[in-house]
Write a protein of this length. Structure first.
Length: 149
């Protein structure tokens, strides 16, 4: 092997045909863009969702449903889940901060406690919402509830 024999590997180099460099190049004149119209012009940029005069899909499809901007989304915990969480992490108080610290919710989540399952230990709750069934079950074990805003 000598320096004058070196070549790049087969298929690694691609020669790009330069557009608009005269008729002799084979891609001169219109630069393969065709004749006339917006798409042949310099600076052409297609509009988003433009379908060339066909009725756009966002207008063909029917509008359905309703999104309530005032809806409050809660992270829901049942009493059975809270019982296992309290036992695993040795908690006597269930708050938004303790649930966040344990990795069950994100910082901005609101917490609601529901009444599925059984609660055997006395716990203090500081959460955003509690169902009636859960409230009576918590008070039956001697626990307290504080509703946060």
């Amino acid at each position: 092997m000598q320096l004058h024999n070196l070549k790049p590997a087969k298929g690694s180099v691609h020669k790009q045909k330069r557009l608009g460099r005269g008729e002799a190049s084979g891609k001169g004149g219109t630069s393969t863009k065709g004749n006339k119209g917006g798409q042949s012009r310099a600076g052409y940029k297609s509009k988003m969702a433009h379908e060339g005069g066909q009725m756009p899909i966002q207008r063909r499809l029917p509008k359905r449903g309703f999104k309530n901007n005032n809806r409050i989304e809660y992270r829901v915990f049942n009493l059975g889940q809270i019982e296992t969480i309290a036992a695993k992490y040795e908690l006597s108080e269930i708050t938004v901060d303790t649930l966040y610290g344990s990795g069950f919710i994100s910082k901005t989540d609101k917490v609601k406690v529901l009444g599925n399952g059984e609660l055997k230990t006395k716990l203090t709750f500081k959460v955003n919402a509690v169902s009636e069934k859960a409230k009576s079950a918590i008070e039956a074990t001697g626990g307290t509830i504080e509703i946060l805003k």
